[in-house]
Design a protein around this ligand. Structure first.
Ligand SMILES: NC(=O)c1ccc[n+]([C@@H]2O[C@H](COP(=O)([O-])OP(=O)(O)OC[C@H]3O[C@@H](n4cnc5c(N)ncnc54)[C@H](O)[C@@H]3O)[C@@H](O)[C@H]2O)c1
Length: 290
């Protein structure tokens, strides 16, 4: 018989219509959870839920809305709490906005958009869900999705990097109010991961990152989803307040001579930039990490 670690539990996954969030939701459904599939785009939310439901088994619930909006967050937590035969015990604040821009020209509107979704959305989703878990008198498990760019500076991502670093600090802070309630809270930080979005950013996104990452491969959504499932598993209950990087070793290293050689072979332009002791960048700021 298959062991389903999340049977009887409900999870909320924000930004789950595509990309990493969809893969996280898929893993949780396959492992027995009922999952609220949130996405800003209603079509994507419904399409994603339809893909995860079968005629016999319907545990994916589409809930379109803005994961940065506190009123909507409250509705979402109520909705999740009302799913029959399941209890809201898991939350994954995955929706995040990457806004590139030169520091000197970065507009207040862009700053607000990034901070609103990445920080405000994560903070108030954690708060609202944790209140529910506290009122229910049971524990829970909250994962906030960060980024490797919250650990290492990256060109043209000052606001984004700052917001993701803030998430890593937030999970440390939250161990204090949530630990005594049996609620774990951790940050999972992907490195460059091949998704529908990032695939459009570079012609050979996967190939470039296979050159840049010490383990010589690009991240895949399932790499992140496995890690989130590991953290959410009840057996991981003693892990809290941590940031776990899923980045092929990128954050652990700086450009090494052999990396520069490999880069020069396949990407002369990239090699030149690395030799010039600059952070990797192709086509100016369009070279995306996170
Ligand atoms: N893909 C990467 O390389 C990478 C690297 C590091 C960190 N991350 C982080 O991982 C998370 C997921 O990344 P991704 O690349 O899969 O995301 P993505 O940009 O592809 O977006 C995934 C989904 O989020 C939805 N979304 C956007 N704004 C929303 C909002 N306000 N409310 C609800 N849904 C919203 C989009 O419609 C989309 O379907 C993000 O937090 C991102 O910062 C991604």
């Amino acid at each position: 018989m298959n062991y389903l670690p999340f049977a009887g539990k409900t999870a909320i996954v924000t930004g789950a219509g595509t990309g990493i969030g969809f893969e996280i939701a898929k893993h949780l459904v396959l492992d027995g959870a009922a999952v609220v599939i949130n996405d800003l785009d209603p079509d994507l939310a419904h399409y994603a839920a339809d893909q995860l439901n079968t005629e016999e088994d319907q545990r994916a619930f589409a809930l379109p809305g803005d994961a940065g909006n506190v009123d909507f967050i409250r509705e979402m937590v109520e909705f999740a709490s009302d799913i029959p035969d399941h209890r809201l015990e898991m939350v994954v604040a995955n929706a995040g906005l990457t806004e590139f821009g030169d520091f000197f020209d970065f507009a207040p509107e862009s700053f607000e958009k990034v901070v609103n979704l990445n920080l405000r959305g994560s903070f108030f989703l954690a708060q609202t869900a944790a209140r529910k878990m506290k009122d229910g008198g049971h524990g829970g498990n909250i994962v906030l999705i960060g980024s490797n760019v919250g650990e290492r500076a990256y060109p043209n991502l000052a606001a984004y990097g700052m917001s993701k670093a803030g998430i890593s600090m937030l999970v440390k802070q939250l161990t204090l109010p949530l630990g005594p309630l049996g609620i774990s809270v951790n940050c999972v930080s992907p490195g460059a991961t091949l998704t529908e979005r990032t695939a459009l950013e570079e012609d050979d996104y996967a190939g470039i990152w296979a050159k840049l990452n010490p383990n010589q491969r690009v991240g895949r959504p399932e790499d992140v989803a496995h890690t989130v499932s590991f953290i959410l598993n009840p057996a991981s209950r003693h892990i809290t307040g941590q940031t776990l990087l899923v980045d092929g070793g990128w954050t652990a290293t700086g450009p090494t001579p052999d990396l520069i050689q490999r880069a020069e072979k396949g990407f002369p332009e990239l090699g030149k930039k690395l030799n010039g002791n600059k952070a990797p960048s192709i086509n100016g700021h369009r070279m995306a990490a996170r």
